[in-house]
Structures are given as C-alpha cells and as structure tokens.
Design a protein around this ligand. Sequence first.
Ligand code: ADP
Ligand code: ASP
Ligand code: MG
Length: 408
Amino acid sequence: MALYVHKYGGTSVGTAERIKHVAEKVKKARDQGDDIVVVVSAMSGETNRMTALAKEMQSSPSLREMDVLLSTGEQVTISLLCMALEGLGCPARSYTGGQVKILTDSSHSKARILNIDSDKINKELEMGKVVVVAGFQGVDEHGCITTLGRGGSDTTAVALAAALKADECQIYTDVDGVYTTDPRVEPNAKRLSRITFEEMLEMASLGSKILQIRSVEFAGKYNVPLRVLSTFEEGEGTLITYEEAGMESVLISGIAFNRDEAKLTIAGVPDEPGVATQILGPIAGANIEIDMIIQNIAGDDKTDFTFTVHRNDYEKASSILQNTCDELGAREVVGDDKIVKVSLVGVGMRSHAGIANTMFEALGKEGINIRMISTSEIKISVVVDEKYLELAVRTLHDVFELNEEKSD
Ligand code: ADP
Ligand code: ASP
Ligand code: MG
C-alpha cells in the first residue's frame, strides 16, 4: 500500500461540478487500496476577490488581517470536498492548516513552514479516512493564522508529503504537465516527461507560475518525488527528478518569463568604492528585493547603475533612488516599468558554448532590443520591452527546436 498526497489547484475546484469530479478522482485512487491525503486551493478567483474586498476597507491592510481573510478561501474547499467524498461513500475529514499544526514563522503573507505534526493525519489514515488539508496556510507559535504566499498550496502539499514520507506528491492542475514554456503564450509548447529539480527551480524562480518556488526547493531538499498532472485528463504528467547519469541531457529544457519586472537606472554617479552600497542599501532597507544589477563605466570617473525590481515596488524604489541621486550629486534617475524578463533554462548549457550567441542573434533578427543580460550555469536571461514578450518567447522556442513535432 502506498501513500499519495494529491494537490488540486483553484481551477480544479472552481465549481461545484469540479469539486465533485475531484472527489471521484480521489475516491478512485483510494479504492485502489492506497492512502490519500488531499491538499486543496481556494476556488479560482476567490483569493483575488477577497484581496480586492480588503482594499476597499483600507489601502494597505495589515498582513495579519489579510492572512485571516485569505485563509478562509481554502477552508471553504476542504469542507465541500469532504462533503462530496462522503456523498460518494468515501469517509473523509477536513483540517485547516492550523488544526494539523502546520507550524510556520510569523512573516504574514509569506510565512515559511517550520514543522508539521503528522500524528493527527496518520491516525485518520489508520482509521481508513481520506484526509483533506487546506493549502496555503499555517499557524505561528502565537496561534496566529499565517499564509505561505501566492501559489502556496503547492508548498503545503510537498511539505505534507515530506512529513508523511509519501510515495509521491501529485500536483493536479489545468495543464497536463510542465511544458517547454507556458502553453498560453506558445501553443506549440511541448510537455516534458521529466525535468530536473534544478531546472524546475530555475523555471519557477524566473517566472513560471506552474509551481511555487518553495515547493520545488522543499521537494529537492527532502527528496520528495513530485509530479505535475492534469485534473481533467489521464496521463503521466511530468516527473521532477534528480539528474541521473545517462539521462538524455537536453540543451534547453524550457523558456520562462516574468511580466512583473521594472528597471531603474541612476546615471552619472561617482565611480568610487562604496557607491553600490550607497545606492542599494536604502532600497534593501525598504524591504525591496533586487533582481538583476548592471554597472557600466560612462567615462569622466562616472558610472551608470541599473537594476530591476518587482513592478509593485517600482514607485517606491524610484522615489528612494531620487533621494540617493540628490545626495550623491548624480545626474538623473530614469526608469521603465514596461519591461519583461525572458530566460532560457537547461542543464545542458553547462557543457555547451554559443547558446547565448544563438539567443542574441535570434532576438536581433526580430528587431528585439536586449536591455539587460544575466547568466548563470544553467540559465540565460534577457530583459526586453514588454511588447516583445510573446515574439521573444516564440522566436526562442522555435530557434532552440522546442516545438511539438507536428504529425501531418
Ligand atoms: P493551479 O491553480 O492549479 O495552482 P496555476 O495557475 O498556479 O494552477 O498553474 C498552472 C498554469 O501555469 C497553467 O495554466 C499555465 O498557463 C501556467 N504555466 C506557466 N508556465 C508553464 C509551463 N512551463 N508549463 C505548464 N504550465 C505553465
Ligand atoms: N489560493 C492561493 C492563491 O490563489 C494559494 C494557491 O492557490 O496555491 O494563490
Ligand atoms: Mg498554482
């Protein structure tokens, strides 16, 4: 007998009919003799709807109260799913994150899981029940409700799978696996039967929202077998694995993109030791995360300094930078919040030169100007104007031969 953790996302539980469909799937899995723990998200659109309601009360509500509010979305789906399961004659019990003691730190809206008490779940499983746990939430040491950040139900599922030593954590969603890029942007994208943790982590960090970054980190760290599959179609999905010797090493596994970026430049700053920290210190002090950084010598002992931030932090970062500009006697601050980052990811890049050049050439041919570049062992990212996002993704998808082979 095996133990599986299933996770169903917002679209998969978006209507009463869909919740019943999930109940049937879960029952079928259990009827095969396995133990099943289910993690569910809020019904699709609910988390956004509640966030908008909160904004009507206060422009920036306290994160503690936001967590109390948003955690209710998942509480609705756990109870409905249990009712649907019981209706099918399948014994089931629902639990909120706090009830099964998913202990987190106290950073509201982006809490980290510290510990999970698996006793209660194990007891229910022993009694032959399906256990349904609310995703995305936990409780801190003071008993306050916390949430794990958008997409956090993925992390709940993986963390539970690790704590319960599950045989596999299965993430059921509205696509039938991880694709070479978001199929909504490139309809010719191809499903990958396997992807390494390392590549999946890069894809998630670089903007692919199919899995929350922390869920992939967790799975890699605790060696949780992780699979992404469709709620609506049968299939093998995509298995996320360690790199194995002899595994066919593809050059490029996928293309990720991030629409949430903005860039800022402070021009004509003195080229002296300590300037970088004078510029970035106040930004970090305001809790703004910085992504790419470039510095270029402009001549006359002056330099230009450019970095990217999340688009939501653009206004705040601009005004902080304007202050720094005045203090340093720099020339000016210029910014652009209509940019995106497009990245190629693949472990095969380690042993191949020339990929960056092929990428830049392909983008150049399409008249797409590259504004910033950043590379690491297994990825190359470029920042381009927002209007070129689709063109850049499709061009690269084509050039690196990632398209689904057409059988005609
Ligand atoms: P859920 O609500 O089930 O958690 P998400 O919306 O969070 O689902 O994630 C699934 C979506 O991720 C897909 O509908 C797809 O548009 C998007 N996506 C982005 N990148 C990829 C990729 N490389 N492969 C598959 N889907 C991707
Ligand atoms: N409901 C939360 C969200 O919309 C968590 C999740 O779906 O994973 O982000
Ligand atoms: Mg998701």
